[in-house]
Design a protein around this ligand. Structure first.
Ligand code: ADP
Length: 259
């Protein structure tokens, strides 16, 4: 007779946290962190109590995007207090090591660090904890999805075929570990020239929507490639809070309301 499949590891939640949502991408550089930050700030603007966990251990970018620095305090030597910015509680490896320190860790250590940032942090009562996942579908992503009861995953992709192909891998990974995919965000969907207003579909706009339709999952929205999005997050005040009346901020808030 065929051997029984190995038992699935139990998924253990974070006390006080009502829902944990992962933001994932098939590869790096597609705007996953930018989306995570603006999504979290959009949720906070919509009235939710929000936490943001930077699980991108090798390339933590949330401290810079949120203009946060400094070491989290601890009361008992174990539990860390998250830093707070624009009403969102934030924890990142970037708070714990110097920016130029390379993380030369193997998989199990990365997973250990993510677990600690989930469980040994005083998140308090949260409606939602947004997790900025590491890019790709490696060990850390898989074990996080297996060990933590994720309410769902948002996939960020650029419109190009290759990025979409990678996004599809991420999608399949979440499906395999029974994490609902909440939808796809198309980032860098098109480019608007700041001088003449001409719109250019440099990465061939619409690919993510077509893919979402084909796969039967929600298309959550498209965010153009716009210098204002990069400049505001480089400056530590992402567009949702620094330009709340802009079209881009509206898109992020509408995505935040849908997930
Ligand atoms: P990832 O987390 O996928 O590696 P990031 O969110 O760090 O990607 O984005 C990579 C770079 O692209 C950053 O410098 C960011 O400011 C910029 N960027 C991301 N999305 C946009 C956008 N829609 N418009 C302009 N710049 C963007």
């Amino acid at each position: 007779p065929a051997a029984a499949p190995p038992p699935k590891p139990a998924k253990i939640g974070v006390p006080g946290v009502r829902a944990i949502i992962a933001v994932a991408s098939g590869k790096g550089g597609v705007g996953k962190s930018t989306t995570s930050v603006n999504l979290a700030l959009g949720m906070a603007a919509n009235g939710l109590r929000v936490g943001l966990l930077d699980a991108d251990i090798y390339g933590p970018s949330l401290p810079r995007m949120l203009g946060l620095s400094g070491k989290p305090e601890t009361t008992d030597g174990k539990v860390l207090r998250p830093l707070v910015r624009h009403g969102v509680k934030v924890m990142s490896m970037g708070f714990l090591v110097a920016e130029e320190t390379p993380m030369i860790w193997r998989g199990p250590m990365v997973m250990g660090a993510i677990q600690q940032m989930l469980r040994d942090v005083a998140w308090g009562e949260l409606d939602v904890l947004v997790v900025d996942m590491p890019p790709g579908t490696g060990d850390a992503q898989l074990s996080l999805s297996q060990n933590v009861p994720l309410a769902g995953a948002v996939i960020v992709s650029t419109p190009q075929d290759i990025a979409l192909l990678d996004a599809r891998k991420g999608l399949n990974m979440f499906r395999r570990v029974d994490v609902p995919v909440l939808g796809i965000v198309e980032n860098m969907s098109y480019f608007c020239c700041p001088n003449c207003g001409h719109r250019s579909d440099i990465f061939s706009h619409g690919g993510a929507r077509a893919e979402a339709d084909k796969l039967g999952i929600d298309f959550l929205g498209e965010v153009p490639l716009d210098i204002a999005i990069r400049e505001t997050s480089d400056g530590g005040d992402p567009i949702v809070v620094s330009q709340p009346d802009s079209d881009h901020a509206k898109v992020y808030r509408s995505i935040a309301a849908r997930v």
